[in-house]
Write a protein that binds this ligand. Structure first.
Ligand code: TXA
Ligand code: MG
Length: 339
């Protein structure tokens, strides 16, 4: 592996020349651009084939830097930053004027996060400017947790920093923080490893007046399509734990053919022909380990080129917040859900 120092030097040079660079974080790999380079920001969208309505997360290496991206940094936001950063929590706050509309998709808010991975931190610190970075995959497809996954997506067209896969494995929790005087409203826009109960626990130690908005307002949350993270082979979730393989094959052959080609701008992965070979996606029993392995398992099962991948949803997956975060990704990655 190239030494971390030389990797950072090379990545900084490229970023300063309006290029984009793939870097590891503790969640998934990011595809980064300096937030002040319109040219590089546009490259993110063209490389990922990502529509402009989906906003980017700004990655920082200190709370001060995050503040410089925001029009307002409330006490509650400060408290959450101190409690969970560096780490897998993105805070959606009112944006500073200087933040490009390309980053926020024209919204009045910006998502900011201080990642925990040392290479990501060193890179941002060395550039001296925050980096806007989506996950380093083609739009709608499975997120990458290793340099090899990023190479599978973009071949050698971009520079990729090499390191171990993310210790978390799924994308950060995205938390919207609204404020009306000293009353706050919080809404989890995307579930992740920082759980709602973790946020409640942290806030129980202090005295803020806040409510949870459980219904996600689509106005606050573009980029939350029904389908996302799709592997190259159709994934099916089966909730019937006793379904026989022969029944499963017949059902899939009936149902998978009638699915639309595209939903909300995301190309839906459909079978090429009759379903003969089905592979099962097996995840570890603990949700933290399952999150860590989810995307690499999805990729390696797909590489065996079955006609469909099936995940059996077990009763123990229900009623646990971290499993909910993992299931959120699986449901979006799925072409079909069989109840
Ligand atoms: O863990 C992560 O968050 C990874 C790593 C690279 O940091 N990044 C990531 O970025 O998952 P991306 O682009 O794949 O997902 C960003 C999502 C958007 O699709 C959108 O749903 C939400 O974050 N988001 C970003 N800015 C927002 C904003 N201002 N308001 C609402 N949602 C926002
Ligand atoms: Mg993504």
């Amino acid at each position: 592996m190239v030494r971390p120092f030389s990797q950072i030097q090379k990545a900084v040079q490229l970023l300063n020349k309006n290029e984009i660079v793939a870097f590891p974080t503790e969640t998934v790999y990011g595809l980064g651009a300096r937030i002040d380079s319109e040219q590089a920001l546009k490259k993110i969208f063209s490389t990922k084939e990502r529509p402009f309505f989906d906003p980017l997360i700004v990655h920082v290496s200190s709370e001060e830097q995050a503040k410089s991206c925001a029009a307002e940094w409330s006490e509650l936001v400060h408290y959450l930053a101190v409690s969970f950063w560096p780490g897998p929590l993105t805070l959606v706050v009112p944006k500073a004027k200087s933040i490009s509309d390309l980053i926020t998709s024209g919204l009045e808010t910006v998502g900011v996060r201080w990642p925990k991975h040392y290479l990501a931190q060193e890179l941002i610190r060395s550039v001296g400017v925050p980096l806007a970075a989506p996950s380093a995959n083609k739009f709608g497809r499975t997120s990458p947790t290793s340099a090899d996954h990023v190479r599978d997506e973009f071949k050698d067209s971009i520079y990729i920093m090499e390191d171990d896969a993310g210790e978390v494995g799924i994308e950060s929790t995205v938390l919207y923080v609204g404020r009306d005087l000293n009353n706050y409203s919080l809404c989890v826009l995307r579930k992740g490893a920082i759980l709602k109960s973790d946020i409640e626990k942290a806030l129980s130690r202090v005295n803020f007046s806040y409510i949870w908005e459980d219904k996600v307002d689509p106005k606050h949350s573009p980029g939350h399509m029904k389908h996302h993270y799709m592997p190259s082979v159709p994934l099916v979730i089966c909730k019937d734990t006793k379904m026989k393989l022969s029944v499963l094959s017949t059902t899939l052959n009936e149902k998978l053919m009638n699915i639309p080609d595209e939903i909300e701008s995301v190309k839906i992965i459909k079978p090429v022909g009759e379903i003969r070979k089905i592979e099962f996606l097996k995840l570890p029993d603990t949700p933290e380990q399952a999150a860590r392995e989810l995307y690499s398992q999805l990729r390696s099962v797909s590489q065996r080129k079955p006609d469909a991948i099936c995940f059996i949803q077990m009763p123990y997956h229900s009623g646990n917040e971290m499993w909910e975060s993992v299931l959120d990704r699986l449901y979006k990655a799925a072409t079909l859900i069989l109840d």
